[in-house]
Ligand binder design. Structure first.
Ligand code: GLA
Length: 731
């Protein structure tokens, strides 16, 4: 049984295939946390309660209530009553008091999983998952909170969210509504997070957890390049296949906070939710607030198992696009080829050459609308610039279609340039604080998507373009963070709702788009990978991973991204050299191999390639088709990290039936007199024999056991930045 209620012991056991999560009700009112880890019997859960170490519940010893609250492991700790660790919930009353006591009242267990109002979340059929709802109530205010836990039948994941309802007579102010809290005994934990910047997103960071708090957060209005809505606690020697991992990932695209805190009694509290810093939600009587979802994964076999669990969850229970299981067209995007300097002739030249080499879709990037010839103007004026595209969009798409290619287009719907007709007509539609200068970034302002009329107007413009021609794909960009947070429409006591309302506006826009254009392939983007999160994956099956298209820089970015997200989501293209961000020159072949571990496409002026490079494009296109299902459906194994060893990077994908695998290897700097690298492969069948095609044309037969335990010796390659791809097939 996935969810068991043991009435005698007042214990809930949430069982995934290999884990148990234990909750107990103490004193009839406190929702206490007992256990999370490998599967254990329900009978054991009650004995694991901190109660045995903190032997005074308030009913037994009221004078030490604060000591109890400050030490007990809680499922959803509230502010203001005596738990001085980070709380998960903070409510302010009309009188200004910040305290609440969410006492347990009842529970429900139901098949399936409720949707979260207006927000992305994992989903599952009735037979795939079971949900526990714990209903709690603050007697003074009559605010009721439902803690929701969904257990998936075939994936080791627990998905959590929280619904708050005001049944009282007065409004209350929610100053913090986190989505998950996990209290756990310290095991000398280290904290793993993903940190970065523009062009180097999601670098893996691992630090020891000391006493006090370690936090990852975003206040930028998006999940951000800099920090990521993910945090894991790992035991000290955790590797790809050994050690314990407790991970949380937030299904949300705005401000967040993830924090690990070690208290003086060596308990650790991991919390995740909307960042309370820019948040305060006024909840009127009868109103409901739903907090976004956090997914929790426990692995007893290192990072690899955690990664594969997240990949399975996102592939089977998050991404909804029909393109999830459909081969994506190989695209060519004109951004790095032309920037703003293009017309229909140039695009058609690119399309013609590309179609002859087997590329299947032309994506027209920024610069096709208004008077946009630089990034100084026209965002918001989503009308085709017919001086640039003579004959209009329909004419262009028809010509592209005649070449047998699909057509895609770039938008940045959330933004407006001060130099635009839209801004001139509606200056109050941007985020701004009266009396203060509106902070520009990339010369643009952010539209106030907390206003329904703005959402409607933006949607109308985008939809009109999409209806006007045959458009198969949209790249939805977002090129600046949110600042000068003010809305002309929100009253002062609701201004703290703005950032979250903005995110809800984005979700509404994308939901409408997908409802009205169900066959559209949507790719999200935010100055590269500034909004690469599970929230956006719910709408788009792929996200542009980074503006840094240099194959070597991409190794770390794609390693960190693939720690959580399937390769089929990771937007990756072959671009020109010297690389536009770094000026580095890498072999065309290596650029192809690195892009193949993502959605695969091109971002260069294909008309300028040499004959030899064009032949390589044909070869890469062939490889893409040959390995598509293996890469998009296979299991991912990280074999070596250039970030750690400073020499080489390697990963592989193995088909679900273990009959086929693809090994990727990138040698970064060549170095003399080094021993050759012996790579231990992973994920194969020990007893099976495999044909290993390491150097084209030279096949060797090896057992799965030998490949995994003895390893595969990689031939030396002369030159820097060399790579190889090795197809492994069961005999
Ligand atoms: C962002 C994107 C790029 C490109 C430009 C266009 O930076 O990440 O890929 O679309 O915007 O302005």
């Amino acid at each position: 049984m996935p969810i068991i209620y043991d009435k005698t012991r007042k214990v809930f056991a949430l069982n995934t295939p290999e884990t148990t999560y234990g909750i107990a009700i103490l004193d009839g009112i406190y929702v206490a946390h007992a256990y999370y880890g490998k599967t254990i019997p329900t009978e054991d859960i009650r004995c694991l309660l901190k109660e045995n170490e903190v032997p005074y519940t308030p009913s037994q010893n009221g004078r030490e209530k604060a000591a109890f609250l400050d030490a007990m492991w809680m499922e959803y700790p509230e502010s203001g009553m005596g738990d001085f660790r980070e709380s998960a919930f903070c409510l302010r009353t009309q009188k200004g008091h910040k305290a609440s006591e969410l006492f347990y009242e009842s529970f429900e267990i139901e098949q399936g999983k409720p949707e979260l109002d207006g927000m992305p979340s994992t989903w599952g059929k009735k037979e795939d998952c079971t949900t526990l709802k714990l209903f709690c109530r603050d007697a003074l205010t009559d605010v009721r909170v439902c803690l929701q836990y969904t257990v998936f039948e075939h994936v080791d994941v627990i998905a959590r969210s929280v619904v708050v309802e005001n049944h009282g007579k007065e409004p209350v102010y929610l100053e913090k509504v986190f989505s998950a809290c996990l209290d756990i005994e310290d095991r000398d934990f280290q904290v793993v997070s993903l940190m970065g910047a523009w062009a180097r997103e999601r670098y893996i960071q691992r630090l020891p957890l000391g006493y006090g708090r370690q936090c990852a957060a975003s206040f930028r209005g998006e999940s951000s390049h800099q920090e990521h809505p993910f945090m894991a606690l790992v035991t000290p020697k955790t590797t790809q296949d050994t050690g314990e991992v407790y991970a949380m990932n937030f299904v949300y695209s705005g401000n967040f906070m993830a924090q690990a805190e070690k208290d003086p009694f060596d308990s650790v509290r991991l919390v995740m939710g909307i960042h309370p810093g820019e948040f305060c939600w006024k909840l009127e009587p009868e109103e409901t607030f739903t907090a976004p979802e956090t997914v929790m994964v426990y692995s007893d076999k290192g990072f690899g198992k955690m990664t594969r669990t997240f990949h399975k969850l996102y592939r089977e229970h998050l991404i909804r696009s029909p393109y999830l299981n459909q081969k994506r067209p190989i695209l060519i995007n004109n951004w790095e080829a032309t920037y703003f300097d293009f017309d229909e002739k140039k695009l058609l030249e690119i399309a013609k050459e590309a179609s002859e080499l087997g590329i299947e879709m032309l994506v027209m990037d920024d610069g096709w609308f208004g008077r946009r010839n630089t990034d100084e103007s026209s965002l918001g004026d989503w009308q085709v610039n017919e001086n640039k595209l003579k004959g209009g969009l329909k004419n262009l798409t028809e010509q592209v279609n005649e070449m047998g290619m699909k057509f895609g287009i770039w938008f940045e719907p959330e933004m407006v340039s001060p130099d635009s007709d839209l801004y001139r007509a509606h200056p109050d539609w941007v985020l701004q604080i009266p009396g203060r200068e509106t902070t520009l970034s990339r010369a643009q302002c952010v539209l106030d998507l907390s206003r329904q009329e703005v959402v409607d107007a933006v949607y109308k413009m985008v939809a009109e373009i999409l209806k006007s021609a045959s458009i198969d794909y949209v790249k939805w960009d977002m090129n600046r963070p949110l600042a000068t947070l003010g809305s002309a429409c929100l009253p002062p006591d609701r201004m703290g709702e703005l950032s979250h309302r903005y995110v809800l506006g984005v979700y509404q826009l994308q939901e409408r788009l997908l409802c009205d254009f169900p066959d559209l392939l949507l790719e999200n983007c935010s100055s590269g990978g500034g909004r690469f999160d599970p929230g956006m994956l719910y709408y788009s099956p792929q996200i542009w991973c980074s503006d840094d298209t240099d194959a070597i820089e991409r190794l770390a970015v794609q390693e960190g991204t693939a720690l959580l997200y399937p390769l089929s989501c990771i937007g990756a293209h072959v671009s020109a050299c010297p690389n536009h961000v770094l000026g580095r020159v890498t072999p065309f072949e290596t650029r192809g191999h690195v892009a193949l571990a993502g959605t695969f496409g091109y971002e260069l002026d294909i008309t300028k390639l040499t004959r030899e490079e064009k032949e390589m494009v044909k070869e890469q296109v062939k490889q893409y088709h040959q390995y598509y299902s293996l890469i998009s459906e296979g299991e991912y194994y990280r074999l070596a990290s250039y970030q750690e060893n400073k020499q080489y990077d390697s990963w592989m994908v193995v088909s679900q039936d273990k009959k086929e695998a693809l090994l990727f290897y990138v040698q970064v700097l060549a170095s003399p007199q080094r021993k050759s690298i012996c790579l231990r492969l992973a994920g194969l069948e020990e007893k099976a024999f495999y044909e290993v095609n390491l150097i084209s044309g030279k096949e060797e037969i090896r057992s799965g056991a030998a490949l995994m335990y003895a390893g595969l010796r990689i031939p030396r390659m002369t030159g820097d930045f060399r790579s190889l791809l090795c197809h492994i097939c069961r005999k």
